[in-house]
Design a protein around this ligand. Structure first.
Ligand SMILES: Cc1ncc(COP(=O)(O)O)c(C=O)c1O
Length: 400
C-alpha cells in the first residue's frame, strides 16, 4: 500500500543516455542568456552560427512553399527534387558522382552524422577522433557504444592530421575515423594531400571515414576540397554536409549525407523510426539554395575572411595570447595558458568563466573540445562587436 511518507524510487534512466553529456557549447549560450536576462550587456563570441541573415531568395522559396500548401509528409530521406539538388551541387562544386540513392536529407548535419554513426559503429568498436574535436563527435560515438581513440595533434603544426599519425592508432577494433575539415573549433584545414592519404589508408584497411564537411564552403585556402572527389575510395566514405553555415540557415535544420547506398538506406530506416522527413517547407527552400545563384556563398566567405583577419590580429596583439591562423570555419582558437596560475585561474574553463562573469564576453572553453589550453572565439559577428569584445578581453586579461 502506498503511503504519503513512501520515497519515490530513484529515476532509472538507460545506460546509453547516461553515457553522454549535454553540449558544452549550448551550456555557454545558456549562461550568457541568463546574464542577458539580468540586463547585462554580453558580447557573444560563444555561438557557433552565422550572424548573417538567410538570403532573401531562399526565404521567398519557403514562403511560396507554405502558400502553395507544400505542407505534407514527404519521403523520409527528402524529396527526389531535393536529393537530386544535393547530388548536383556536390558534383558541380567538388567533382563527385553520387546518385539519388546515395544521399539522404536530414534535420541538420548533426542528425545526418548521428544516423551515420548509429549505423556504422557497434559496441566496443574504436573510433579515431583527432583533437581538438567538435563536442558532439565524442558523445554521438559513445551513444552508439563505441570507444573514442583520441589522436593528439600539435598546435605548432596547425593541428595537422596525417595518415601516419592515424596509422599508429589503428587496431583490429578500429571501425571509423572522423575527419572534420575545416574544423570546429580550431579552424584548421587539412590539405587535399593529407585528406587523400587518410582516406586511402582507411580504404586499404577496410575502415570507414565520416568526413564532416559542414564548413566545406568556408575554406579560406586557395583550393576547397571534399573527399567526394576521391571516387576510387567511395566504398568506405560517408560525407556529412549542411546548409546551416553555407547559407546562414542554422535554425532551418537541413543537412545531408552522401555515401554508399546500403549505408544511406540504413540511415533512412533509422530516420523513418525517429524524425521522418525534414520539414517539407525547408526542403523547398533548400532546393532553391542549392540550385539558385551561389554568389551569396562567395560573399559570406569573403566577409568571414575579413572578420578572421580582424579577430586574429586583435587576439595576437593581447600580451600573453597566442593564436594560430584559422584557415576555415568561423572560429579562432587562441592559446590562453599563459594566464594559468593568475588569480586562481587553473584552466581554460576557469578563464572562460571569469571572462563571462567579470568581463561579459562569452567564449567556449577548450575542455569540451579535448584541449585545456584554449578558448574558442566565434568571429561570426560584426567588426564593431569584435572590437567591443576584444577590448574587454584586453582589459580583463591585462588585469590578471
Ligand atoms: C563540425 C560541425 N559539424 C556539424 C555541425 C552541425 O550543424 P547542423 O546540425 O546545424 O547542420 C556543426 C554545428 O555547429 C559543426 O560545427
Amino acid at each position: 500500500m502506498t503511503t504519503a511518507t513512501q520515497v519515490t524510487p530513484l529515476l532509472k534512466l538507460t545506460d546509453r543516455i547516461n553515457r553522454i553529456e549535454p553540449s558544452a557549447t549550448l551550456a555557454v549560450v545558456a549562461e550568457a542568456d541568463k546574464l542577458r536576462q539580468q540586463g547585462i550587456d554580453v558580447v557573444d563570441f560563444g555561438a557557433g552560427e552565422p550572424h548573417l541573415a538567410t538570403p532573401q531568395h531562399i526565404k521567398d522559396a519557403a514562403i511560396a512553399a507554405i502558400q502553395g500548401n507544400f505542407t505534407k509528409y514527404t519521403p523520409v530521406g527528402g524529396t527526389a527534387e531535393l536529393r537530386d539538388a544535393i547530388v548536383h551541387r556536390h558534383a558541380v562544386d567538388f567533382d563527385s558522382d553520387y546518385r539519388r540513392e546515395e544521399t539522404v536529407a536530414s534535420v541538420g548535419g548533426k542528425h545526418a552524422l548521428f544516423n551515420a554513426v548509429q549505423v556504422l559503429v557497434d559496441h566496443g568498436d574504436e573510433v579515431i577522433l583527432p583533437v581538438p574535436y567538435w563536442v558532439s563527435f565524442k558523445d554521438i560515438v559513445r551513444y552508439a557504444g563505441g570507444n573514442c581513440v583520441l589522436l593528439e595533434t600539435d598546435e605548432a603544426q596547425g593541428f595537422r592530421v596525417t595518415a601516419e599519425m592515424i596509422e599508429r592508432l589503428v587496431t583490429p577494433r578500429t571501425r571509423l575515423i572522423i575527419l572534420n575539415s575545416p574544423a570546429n573549433p580550431s579552424g584548421a584545414v587539412m590539405s587535399p594531400e593529407d585528406m587523400t592519404e587518410v582516406v586511402r589508408l582507411a580504404h586499404e584497411r577496410g575502415i570507414w571515414v565520416i568526413s564532416d564537411e559542414c564548413y566545406v564552403y568556408l575554406n579560406y585556402t586557395p583550393k576547397r576540397f571534399s573527399v567526394g572527389s576521391l571516387r576510387e575510395y567511395r566504398e568506405h566514405m560517408v560525407i556529412v554536409g549542411s546548409l546551416s553555415k553555407t547559407y546562414a540557415m542554422t535554425g532551418w535544420r537541413l543537412g545531408y549525407a552522401l555515401g554508399p547506398a546500403p549505408v544511406l538506406s540504413a540511415m533512412q530506416k533509422l530516420q523513418s523510426q525517429s524524425t521522418s522527413n525534414p520539414t517539407s517547407i525547408v526542403q523547398k527552400a533548400a532546393v532553391t539554395a542549392l540550385k539558385g545563384p551561389q554568389q551569396c556563398v562567395a560573399d559570406m566567405r569573403a566577409e568571414y575572411i575579413n572578420l578572421r583577419d580582424h579577430v586574429v590580429n586583435g587576439l595576437r596583439s593581447i600580451p600573453g595570447v597566442k593564436c594560430t591562423l584559422p584557415e576555415g570555419a568561423f572560429y579562432a582558437y587562441p592559446n590562453v595558458s599563459a594566464f594559468f596560475g593568475r588569480r586562481g585561474i587553473g584552466s581554460a574553463s576557469d578563464l572562460a568563466g571569469k571572462l563571462l562573469r567579470e568581463a561579459h564576453v562569452a567564449t567556449v572553453p577548450g575542455e569540451g573540445f579535448g584541449t585545456s589550453d584554449h578558448i574558442r572565439v566565434s568571429y561570426a559577428t560584426s567588426v564593431a562587436e569584435l572590437d567591443r569584445g576584444l577590448e574587454r578581453m584586453r582589459k580583463f586579461l591585462g588585469s590578471l
